[in-house]
Each structure stands twice: as structure tokens, then as C-alpha cells.
Design a protein around this ligand. Structure first.
Ligand code: 5AD
Ligand code: SF4
Ligand code: FES
Length: 375
């Protein structure tokens, strides 16, 4: 007589076996689909929203092929050259109240600072002296006089041969024009999220339409334009990320930056989970395949949540790093998100550190300005 326990055991084995077979079958199906879609993206630079969603839904451990093809595309376009952009965070004043950001106007817990015109120009000059070919002037949405910014741009252009990138948020269209005429080459203005509902939820008093119009206007003025997103904002879905990718493509951007959301204690989003390395890498690599010529940085935010984050991004389509050259005494006050790396280092330390990271990957630091390949 067969013991009942034996039957149960047998049934359980069969069940496990069946589930395992099903699992393997599904898994292989997914693997074939993944390969087909990645090949399609690699060859045509196009995927439909549903196809992007399917890839974004797969766990990173199944997406080795996606990352590999993104790295291959990066190499075909840029070979092993990595562009550095020196960032000067010259003011942490901000008139906006973005729900995720530590520099938001309502955060009373930070000491605000604003560098003087001459300090900014001198920082830029020292960045040029240590070999940088691009300087990024970054601030919160400060009301720094447009005319003074124009003078800073002119002076940097006069004293160095660096490209000048602005990352100053939304300003009136006249200012964009003035700065372009003063010699600015590029403008970074992330759209943050393509989902209007989410955009309006997290950007009180701001306009999604104006942001997109600004990007288009900047492009018309002859700026090389950069946009990008925060990965893992609360409420963000795979569908929204797919829309982000399609919007970036439609805007015909020259640069794209995506970093994980990192909750900041002095903001309304303090209790939400942070974005993941995995999703950031998936997004970056899809960007590389859909927009082969675009400059993609390995973001500092990714380096903040994972010590190997920037290296991982550089191996998944990224070709740019943006080291900080802000004077050390100001760095801790520019905490968009907490635990930002490079707070106690100075410009020379970061330049060296990044140089070694790039060389350790068998890549080299570019000696040119790294303008958009589209112009
Ligand atoms: N986590 C990650 N990125 C953030 N940013 C702002 N706050 C955060 C945060 N908490 C990014 C936004 C913005 C840039 C200044 O920093 O994308 O454009
Ligand atoms: Fe200001 Fe930019 Fe931070 Fe928004 S994301 S609060 S505009 S610094
Ligand atoms: Fe700043 Fe590594 S880049 S310490």
C-alpha cells in the first residue's frame, strides 16, 4: 500500500516539475523576444511604446544582450573616447519647489550661497587649466541677472577655449537668446517626466508645456540641447518611461541625462523608495540604441547609490562623465539629494579619480570639446 504522504510527495514533485518546465519555456520565449527587440532597436533605432515597455519590464539579469548592444553602439559611434564636462554649481538659490529636490524654495534647512561673477570666471579658468574642454554653469532656478550671466559667458569664452553649457532652469526667452548671443553653446533642461499628471504633481506652479517650448526654442536658437529624466519617481510606470524615451527622440536632443531618484529628508517625497540602478541602466541603454549619436553621461546620482554606478553606466551606453569643479567649501550646500559623492574632494581630486575610472575601463579622456555629433 502506498503511504498517502508518498502520494503527496509525488504530486508535489510533478507540480514542481511542471512549473519548472513552464518557467523555462516562458523564459526562453522571453529571451527570444528580448533578442528580437534589441536587434530591431539596434538596426532601426525605433521601437514602439509597447515594445519598450516589454524590455523595461524584464529583470536586468535577462538583459545582458541589451546592455552589450548598447555598449557596442557606443563604441561604433564614439570609439573609446569619453568626454568630461566640468560642473560649476554657482548658486543654490531656487525659486521653484520641485517635490523631489533638496534645493527647493521651501527647504529652510540649507544655507544658500551665490558665487560672484569673478569667482565663477576664475573657477572656469582653473577647470580649463586642468584640461577640461567643456564647462557647465549650473544653479537652481536663481534670479541671477541675465546680463551678468551673459558677461560671464563672454569672459569664459575670451579667456579659455572651452565650450559653455548652461543648466539654469527655465528663464524668459529673451535670456536664452541673450546668452546664446554671448557665446553659450549648449543648454541642459531635463523634462523630468513625460507624464503631464506626474509633472504637475511634482512641479507646483510650473508648466510642462513651457518646459517643452523652452527646449524647442533653445534648439531653434542654435543651442545643442539636453534633456533627461529622474528614474524611479514615485508613481512612475514602465509606460511613462517608454513615453519618456519616445519624447526624447521626438525632441531630437543632443544630450540625455538620467539618474535615479534619491529621497531627500527635507522634501515632501522623503518617505518614498529611491530609484534603482537596474532601471537606470535599462533606460540608458535603450537611449543609446534609439538615439545613437546622443551624448549620455554616467550620472553622479547613479554613482551615489552604487559605488560602481558610473562604471556600470559607461559599460551600458554612456560616453560622458560630469565631474564637479565647484570650490570644496560650497559643495555640501548643493545637495539636490543626500549623500552626494565628491563633497569633500576638490576639482583636482575628481579629475584624477575620473581619469582612473575611465582608464580602468580601457577608455580614454577626449581632448576635444565633444560637441554634438548632430551638428
Ligand atoms: N534625486 C535624483 N535626482 C534629482 N534631481 C533633483 N532632485 C533629485 C533627487 N532627489 C535632479 C533633477 C534635476 C537636477 C537638478 O537634479 O533631474 O533636473
Ligand atoms: Fe530648483 Fe531645479 Fe531643484 Fe526644481 S530641480 S527645486 S528647479 S534646483
Ligand atoms: Fe569626485 Fe571620484 S569623481 S571623487
Amino acid at each position: 500500500m502506498i503511504e498517502s504522504t508518498e502520494i503527496v510527495e509525488k504530486m508535489t514533485y510533478n507540480l514542481i516539475d511542471l512549473n519548472r518546465k513552464d518557467y523555462l519555456k516562458n523564459n526562453n520565449l522571453n529571451k527570444n523576444d528580448i533578442k528580437k527587440l534589441v536587434d530591431k532597436a539596434y538596426e532601426t533605432q525605433n521601437l514602439a511604446e509597447k515594445e519598450l515597455m516589454f524590455l523595461l519590464e524584464q529583470p536586468l539579469r535577462h538583459l545582458g544582450y541589451l546592455l552589450k548592444k548598447a555598449d557596442q553602439k557606443r563604441e561604433e559611434v564614439f570609439s573609446d573616447e569619453v568626454h568630461l564636462r566640468a560642473i560649476i554649481e554657482f548658486s543654490n538659490y531656487c525659486r521653484q519647489n520641485c517635490y523631489y529636490c533638496g534645493l527647493r524654495k521651501d527647504n529652510q534647512n540649507i544655507e544658500r550661497y551665490q558665487l560672484k561673477k569673478e569667482e565663477i570666471i576664475e573657477s572656469a579658468e582653473s577647470a580649463a587649466k586642468i584640461g577640461y574642454k567643456t564647462v557647465v554653469l549650473q544653479s537652481g532656478e536663481d534670479e541671477y541677472p541675465a546680463q551678468e550671466i551673459a558677461e560671464i559667458i563672454k569672459e569664459i569664452k575670451k579667456r579659455t577655449s572651452m565650450a559653455v553649457t548652461l543648466s539654469l532652469g527655465e528663464r524668459d526667452f529673451g535670456a536664452y537668446k541673450l546668452w546664446r548671443e554671448a557665446g553659450a553653446d549648449r543648454y541642459l533642461l531635463k523634462h523630468e517626466t513625460a507624464d503631464k499628471k506626474l509633472y504637475y504633481k511634482y512641479h507646483p506652479g510650473m508648466s510642462f508645456e513651457n518646459r517643452i517650448e523652452s527646449l524647442k526654442y533653445l534648439k531653434n536658437l542654435g543651442y545643442q540641447i539636453g534633456s533627461g529624466v529622474i528614474i524611479g519617481l514615485p508613481g512612475q510606470t514602465k509606460k511613462i518611461l517608454a513615453e519618456d524615451l519616445l519624447l526624447l527622440k521626438e525632441l531630437d536632443i543632443d544630450m540625455m541625462g538620467a539618474g535615479p531618484f534619491i529621497p531627500h529628508q527635507q522634501t515632501p517625497l522623503k518617505d518614498f523608495r529611491r530609484g534603482t540602478v537596474e532601471m537606470t541602466l535599462k533606460f540608458n541603454s535603450l537611449c543609446r540604441l534609439l538615439m545613437p549619436l546622443v551624448h549620455i553621461p554616467a550620472t553622479t546620482a547613479l554613482g551615489t547609490i552604487d559605488v560602481q554606478g558610473r562604471q556600470k553606466a559607461l559599460k551600458a551606453g554612456a560616453n560622458v562623465v560630469m565631474p564637479n569643479v565647484t570650490a570644496s567649501s560650497y559643495r555640501e550646500k548643493y545637495q539636490i539629494y543626500p549623500d552626494k559623492i565628491c563633497i569633500s574632494e576638490d576639482a583636482g581630486d575628481c579629475r584624477q579619480c575620473i581619469g582612473s575610472i575611465i582608464n580602468s575601463l580601457g577608455r580614454y579622456v577626449s581632448q576635444n570639446a565633444g560637441h554634438s555629433l548632430k551638428i
